[in-house]
Design a protein around this ligand. Structure first.
Ligand code: ATP
Length: 300
């Protein structure tokens, strides 16, 4: 992709290792369903982690109007990070394990329907989050969710079954972290928390609704704090997580913020849209309002 000012209208970036579904039929499906001149469609595969970000940055430089992420939230994160504050729009063909952003935006999980959406779409301009300089679009976290995502990343398979395996391993051993939190420059909170999640979307993925009331367009993020609980109580919280009741739970606090600063006792794992990273013991999270254009189902 060398020439600037490409005629390409839709660049599909496929992550061949995301989720559990095969992707070899995607090019044929795209050409069958998408009503665009075939010469304006380009389909590429990522070859390594981070490649999606590079391909999307090249697409922006070429003025390609629509870049479609074919994968999960990790793939989407890489691509969307390069589209922030540009006119290039993000489309999503959800083919990951959790597909949190697609689910929040009601993008069909059926691949053919998700491609068909590109024939007739609305554009929604959403907020993003930023944690220590790294953008996120669904959720980021520094507690149990971060611990689980680290284990998940080390397992050889993907999908919900593998994620559950990682979760069971960590829920028994992780006891939480002591945190000092400064919210919106005017509120101090301190204590030990099992879960400290920053949510732009309402869910982690797989309909695990960590912040059922979160909006992608309210120009704020949701902070979700969960006190340490025993395994039995954890099962109750998991039920609430999947039944959109966590925001009413007595051990859970949910607060809106535009900026947060957190101090931990030591560096530790975090996750950004489900992918593990290591963060410093000082963590700054900000909302980046109205920073990404996304192709969403057309309004009826
Ligand atoms: N060709 C590749 N080889 C190895 N890793 C890749 C490749 N392309 C992308 N990746 C990495 O794969 C990781 C996992 O992808 P992704 O998050 O989309 O799938 P998932 O974890 O199955 O789904 P979800 O995030 O929805 O749970 C991403 O973080 C990305 O950096």
């Amino acid at each position: 992709m060398q020439d600037l000012h490409s005629d390409i209208q839709f660049l599909f970036i496929i992550n061949p290792i995301s989720g559990t579904a095969q992707k070899h039929k995607i090019p044929e499906l795209v050409h069958r369903i998408l009503k665009a001149d075939p010469s304006t469609i380009k389909i590429v595969l990522t070859r390594y982690a981070g490649h999606g970000r590079e391909l999307a940055a090249e697409a922006v430089a070429q003025g390609i109007p629509n870049v479609i992420s074919v994968g999960g939230d990790g793939t989407m994160n890489e691509i969307a990070s390069s589209l922030l504050h540009t006119n290039t729009r993000l489309g999503i063909i959800p083919m990951g394990s959790g597909n949190g952003l697609a689910r929040h935006l009601n993008i069909p999980l059926d691949i053919s329907k998700a491609i068909d959406l590109l024939n007739n779409f609305s554009v929604t301009t959403i907020d993003s989050g930023n944690i220590n300089g790294k953008p996120f679009f669904c959720t980021a976290g520094i507690g149990l969710d971060a611990q689980v995502s680290k284990v998940f990343d080390e397992l050889p398979t993907r999908g919900l079954k593998t994620y559950t395996k990682a979760f069971i391993k960590k829920v028994r051993s992780y006891k939480g972290d002591d945190l000092k939190i400064r919210l919106n420059d005017n509120q101090e909170i301190s204590g030990r928390f099992l879960l400290t999640t920053f949510a732009n979307s309402n869910q982690f993925g797989n309909n695990a609704f960590i912040a059922p009331e979160a909006s992608l367009t309210d120009q704020q993020l949701n902070l979700v704090l969960l006190k340490p609980v025993n395994v039995l109580q954890a099962i109750e919280k998991i039920y609430k997580l999947f039944s959109k009741q966590l925001h009413n739970d007595k051990d859970t606090t949910q607060l809106l913020f535009h900026k947060i600063e957190i101090t931990k006792n030591e560096t530790g794992p975090a996750h950004i849209d489900g992918d593990p990273v290591l963060l410093d013991k000082t963590i700054v999270v900000r909302c980046d309002p109205k920073s990404l254009h996304v192709l969403t189902p057309a309004a009826h």
